[in-house]
Write a protein that binds this ligand. Structure first.
Ligand code: HEM
Length: 201
């Protein structure tokens, strides 16, 4: 499950949300980072914590294109109230993630793919849910995805390496990318991504 999710997530990342698949995420530069992707050595895990835009970019992918639409099914063990609804013990609850991730009551311009929302300091979200829940791509609480750390390290690093080494663009050149998803075991692109990949020499 983890491998399938992380690989789908990376496909979303390469294609990006501008519909053209231009070679982003943009190189880390200026005040966003003390590290540049154009450095003469391969990016390493320790560099990622300084790459503010990359972190914002991955968080925005997880918000706008969560790899699963639902968490796993949870059973209520004692009567409770959620958002004003009484939930009796013994029933199953499903959490629909895009309903939270794109809730206009908690996000500005939620339909827009905009990593800068996390850079500018306008908005933030704790993906572990410890300090509050505005998005929960890994679930939250006791049954939170145990692969969270591995998955986030993996996605940040592979994405940084792919962008450092290659230029990515849509195929055929200039074509629009259709970001519509469909649910298989995880969410996959309805029309598989076709990309041109050129080594940055
Ligand atoms: C971006 C990548 C990933 C995402 C978005 C993701 C998301 C999720 C979600 C939403 C759940 C359900 C949590 C809940 O119901 O509250 C889950 C559970 C789980 N995930 Fe992940 N996951 C990812 C990667 C991984 C990886 C890399 C592994 C293993 C190496 C992994 C292993 C598991 C396991 C074992 C569970 C079941 C936990 C339980 O029921 O107690 N996941 N994941």
């Amino acid at each position: 499950m983890g491998i399938s999710i992380t690989s789908n997530l990376k496909k979303e990342a390469y294609s990006l949300d501008d519909g053209k698949g231009s070679a982003k995420p943009r190189p880390e530069k200026g005040p966003l980072s003390t590290h540049s992707l154009t450095t003469d050595r391969a990016v390493e895990e320790k560099d990622v914590e300084k790459m503010v835009f990359l972190q914002a970019f991955v968080k925005e992918i997880l918000r706008k294109h969560p790899p699963t639409y639902f968490t796993l099914t949870h059973t209520v063990t004692e009567p409770t109230t959620v958002a004003g609804y009484d939930v009796p013990a013994g029933i199953n609850v499903e959490f629909y993630l895009p309903g939270i991730n794109e809730d206009p009551k908690i996000w500005s311009n939620p339909k827009k793919f905009d990593p800068d929302r996390f850079v500018s300091g306008k908005e933030d979200a704790d993906i572990t849910g410890v300090t509050g829940v505005k998005m929960m791509p890994f679930g939250v609480g006791r049954r939170i995805c145990p692969g969270l750390s591995m998955a986030t390290v993996h996605v940040h690093l592979i994405l940084a390496k792919m962008v450092q080494e290659f230029e990515w663009s849509a195929y055929p050149a200039g074509s629009e990318i259709d970001f519509a998803g469909k649910l298989e075991f995880t969410v996959v692109m309805m029309k598989p991504l076709r990309a041109m990949v050129k080594p940055r020499v």
